[in-house]
Design a protein around this ligand. Structure first.
Ligand SMILES: NC(=[NH2+])NCCC[C@H](N)C(=O)O
Length: 413
């Protein structure tokens, strides 16, 4: 671009990226439209890849398109991970990092790793993004001159680059707190490479060039599904199957150091598949209201963490979660809407992500239509429910909140 062009163009307004609540009107969100990575799932690998079945990709895409459309119809700008990834890969540094993150020498041996790195380096950004997301099998490797032992001994359908079917759940691999983004540290091998992609998107996509980081290069496990922005300055962090006590503690320490929070509530949750993140049992639906699984309502507790003013962290509690949350938020009480009906229905609807709602504004949430009773209760409580289909999307055990990473929300007045 010439100097003349630069001078004559009116600079585009910088997009605002900032999230300090769960319910402020949603402006920009990062989703991932599922793609070929879902086609890698088989009955033999789905457990390890954290899916409860083998989804039908075409239908999952239709369901996802409808989800994105509901958000757009409410004025939300939808960014798709696959697209911003391709755009970020225009930067050679992003390509270098991407190739290195995808090629695992321990899995491939030196020869094959070298050959694959040079093959991937020569690919167009779009094709490289395809491999980064959907992985690559041994039979898809480029024809080698001399076949390595690794190559000869692997089955054609084995993965040379592992696929990332859980990219669908953009909530977990990055999280915004105020005007900063934290690249998380995913606990399970099936997902750990996802953050290499979010990291390079935020580092090299021009849109995010001014974005500051939170949580630095910490490696203690922390997943976005465990992080709830209860109100500006007040975070809840679930500690269970994914986020560890060390993850919650170092996240709190770094949020305090950056002035992003004054209180972090560390909330123990059952170490079970059904409750892999805090947002599977509790999400906010209004400034002062949550939808919550009744089985945990009375037992959920919290360790309030606060800065001691000299770089340390003061640990309080454990206290009952609801009271501790209301106190930290400076409200009288947090209203609770139960996951629907009797204990069995509640258990079914919790499993089907009835608690996993995404607020697009205070009192307006996106929810899976199948959770009939929970949605009815939300409406009885005055919450507007935007229903979406999720029969295929839900087979990965994630709902509207898991499938979205808010990048901009209006600040609540
Ligand atoms: N924020 C969430 N609840 N995410 C759900 C993630 C589901 C995904 N299959 C996993 O097991 O990791």
């Amino acid at each position: 671009m010439s100097a003349h062009q630069i001078a004559s163009e009116t600079p585009a307004a910088e997009p605002i990226h900032r999230v300090d609540s769960e319910v402020g009107p949603l402006r920009t969100v990062l989703l991932h439209r599922p793609g070929a990575e879902l086609k890698r799932l088989t009955p033999r690998n789905n457990d390890q890849l954290l899916f409860d079945g083998v989804p039908w990709l075409g239908r999952a895409q239709l369901e996802h398109d409808a989800f994105a459309e509901v958000l757009r119809s409410r004025g939300v700008e939808v960014l798709l991970l696959g697209e911003v990834l391709v755009e970020a890969l225009a930067d050679p540094r992003a390509r270098f990092g991407a190739v290195h993150s995808a090629v695992d020498e321990r899995q491939l041996g030196l020869d094959l790793a070298d050959a694959l790195r040079s093959h991937l380096t020569g690919m167009k950004a779009k094709d490289l993004a395809g491999v980064l997301m959907a992985g690559m099998t041994f039979e898809e490797l480029p024809a080698a001159e001399g076949a390595s032992l690794v190559r000869r001994m692997h089955q054609p359908a084995d993965f040379a680059v592992n696929p990332l079917p859980n990219l669908l759940f953009t909530r977990d691999s990055s999280v915004w707190v105020a005007d900063r983004v934290a690249i998380t540290s995913l606990a399970l091998p099936a997902r750990s490479r996802e953050t290499a992609l979010t990291d390079l998107i935020y580092a090299y996509h021009p849109r995010f060039s001014r974005t500051g980081r939170a949580y630095g290069a910490h490696s203690a496990p922390l997943e976005g599904g465990d992080v709830l922005l209860l109100s500006p300055g007040v975070l809840a962090v679930g500690v269970g199957e994914r986020t560890t006590p060390a993850g919650a503690e170092s996240f709190a320490r770094s949020a305090f150091a950056d002035g992003l929070a004054h209180t972090v509530l560390a909330v123990p949750i059952e170490q079970e598949r059904a409750t892999m993140h805090l947002d599977t049992v509790c999400t906010m639906v209004d400034r002062d209201a949550v939808v919550m699984y009744p089985a945990v309502r009375e037992t959920l507790s919290a360790y309030p963490l606060r800065p001691d003013g000299s770089g340390g962290v003061i640990v309080d509690g454990p206290l009952p979660f609801l009271g501790a949350a209301a106190e930290a938020m400076g409200i009288e009480r947090l209203r609770v809407i139960d996951t629907g009906l009797d204990a069995v229905t509640a258990e079914r609807e919790q499993w089907d992500d009835g608690n996993n709602t995404l607020a697009v504004a205070p009192g307006v949430v996106v929810a899976y239509e199948r959770n009939v009773e929970t949605n009815a209760r939300l409406e009885d409580a005055g919450v507007e429910v935007l229903r979406i289909a999720g029969s295929e999307l839900g087979s990965g055990r994630g709902g509207p909140r898991c499938m979205s990473c808010p990048i901009a929300r209006d600040t609540l007045g």
